[in-house]
Every structure is written in structure tokens, then in C-alpha cells.
Design a binder for this molecule. Structure first.
Ligand code: ADE
Length: 239
């Protein structure tokens, strides 16, 4: 099994990178800022799997987040690393009214964009929302690992405008992020299965200021993400 993780922020990936002791493959993506970490993992039957962890890298002195950077990293990484599966892992916002809590880890069961408002006929509307397929084994994995599932909606902003919330609610979105649907878009073009593993840093309906809540919970949520991803990798490597 050749596994490719796409993770936006170094802080989200660091506990995971340290757990596996994955080595950085320096300058692999030059001239792109993306970073590759790579190691091999031996499964229960002695079969070797490859674990690739790709980060978007930095620009303007901060980690690149959002759809553009995620699309560039995913496209380049799939073309060069030929994974069997892409795992988009990271943090997200969620909703108290759905019973979410900080550092809860979810497996995505669907994904779409919530901030692409294109008027016109059904085709333009369908393209705008995306609704890309997720890996058919996601439900079985979530059941086996005892993790809840949720629908991911992706937008280009950390905050949430009323028009975003309207689309999220109309489409029963549960996990709000900035990369998921963009990664899934590229996977849909390149016929590569996608799995989402997302940990909650903030509750969009808590009334708290989102960036403050996100920053306060980032380390805790990233630790929970690592714990879940170790189990996800163990599952995938022994399929
Ligand atoms: N990542 C973590 N929290 C988020 C939020 N509320 N919206 C978008 N992306 C996020």
C-alpha cells in the first residue's frame, strides 16, 4: 500500500511526523514549496507499505492553507508518488448543535464547497458545490476504528459568513475546513481514492472568536489527530 497524506500545516503534522520518525526528502518538490516526508511501514504479514506525508509548505512566512495550495500539493504529489490512496488530514471547525466537541476526530463521509456561489443552471451549480466521492472503504474503516463520520464542507476562509452558513445548513455540512474539497477535486480528476481524517479545533456555533479558539486548541487537536492516524495507517497497511 502506498499512502499519501496531504496536510496543510506543520503543527497539524508534527506529532505524526515525530511518531513515525519520517525523514524529510529535501527539495523533492522544488520549485514548489511543498515538503515531502517518507518512510516505510511493515504490516502484520511482513508486507511493506510506503507512507508519504506531504505538507503544502510556506509562503509569506506562514504555512500555506486553503484550496489553491492544497490543489497544487495534491496534483504534484499524486503525479510524482503514484499513491494507492490519498488521506487529507488536518483540523476543522464543527458544530455544537451536532454534538461536536474539541479534539474529536472524524472520518469524512462526503465533501463539497460552501463558498462557491455560481448562479445559472443545474450544471454550474453542481460544479460549484463539487460533491466529490470519498473512498468506498471509509465507512468500514470508521466502524472498525469506532470513529464518527461527518460531511466536510470547504471554503477559503476561516471565518463563516451568513451565506456560508446557509449553504452548510442546506447541505447538512458538519465539518468546516479549508482544503478537503480541493484535495478531493484533484483526486476525482486523477481517479485516486480519498479518505478524510479531521480533528476539531473550534466550534462554529460556540460564539467564540474562531481564530482564538482554533489557536488555543491546535496542539490538543493535532495530538488527537496523530493518535487517530496511527490507527488509520495500521488499518490501511493491513487491508
Ligand atoms: N480549520 C480549523 N477550523 C476551521 C474553521 N472553523 N473553518 C475552516 N477551516 C478550519
Amino acid at each position: 500500500m502506498n499512502i499519501l497524506y496531504i496536510i496543510a500545516m506543520q503543527a497539524e503534522a508534527q506529532p505524526f511526523i515525530e511518531h513515525y520518525g519520517v525523514e524529510e526528502v529535501k527539495d523533492f518538490f522544488i520549485p514548489l514549496p511543498c515538503k515531502l516526508y517518507r518512510t516505510t511501514i511493515t504490516g502484520k504479514d511482513g508486507k511493506e507499505s510506503i507512507l508519504n506525508v506531504v505538507l503544502n509548505g510556506q509562503q509569506h512566512g506562514s504555512d500555506l492553507v486553503g484550496c489553491e495550495a492544497a490543489s497544487v500539493a495534491t496534483l504534484s504529489a499524486i503525479e510524482r508518488l503514484h499513491p494507492d490512496i490519498v488521506v487529507n488530514s488536518g483540523t476543522c471547525g464543527a458544530f455544537l448543535e451536532n454534538g461536536a466537541s474539541i479534539a474529536q476526530v472524524y472520518i469524512g463521509n462526503a465533501c463539497m464547497f460552501h463558498d462557491r456561489r455560481v448562479p445559472g443552471d443545474d450544471q454550474w451549480g453542481t460544479q460549484a458545490l463539487g460533491n466529490y466521492p470519498v473512498w468506498t472503504g471509509a465507512q468500514e474503516l470508521a466502524k472498525e476504528l469506532g470513529l464518527p463520520m461527518g460531511k466536510i464542507t470547504t471554503g477559503s476562509s476561516l471565518d463563516m459568513q451568513p451565506c456560508d452558513l446557509q449553504i452548510i445548513k442546506e447541505n447538512h455540512g458538519e465539518l468546516k475546513d479549508m482544503e478537503g474539497a480541493a484535495v478531493a477535486f484533484v483526486c476525482s480528476l486523477l481517479n485516486t481514492p480519498i479518505l478524510f481524517v479531521k480533528s476539531v479545533t473550534d466550534l462554529c456555533d460556540s460564539g467564540a472568536e474562531t481564530f482564538e479558539e482554533f489557536s488555543r486548541n491546535l496542539a490538543l487537536a493535532s495530538h488527537a489527530l496523530k493518535e487517530a492516524n496511527v490507527r488509520v495507517i495500521d488499518y490501511l497497511c493491513n487491508l
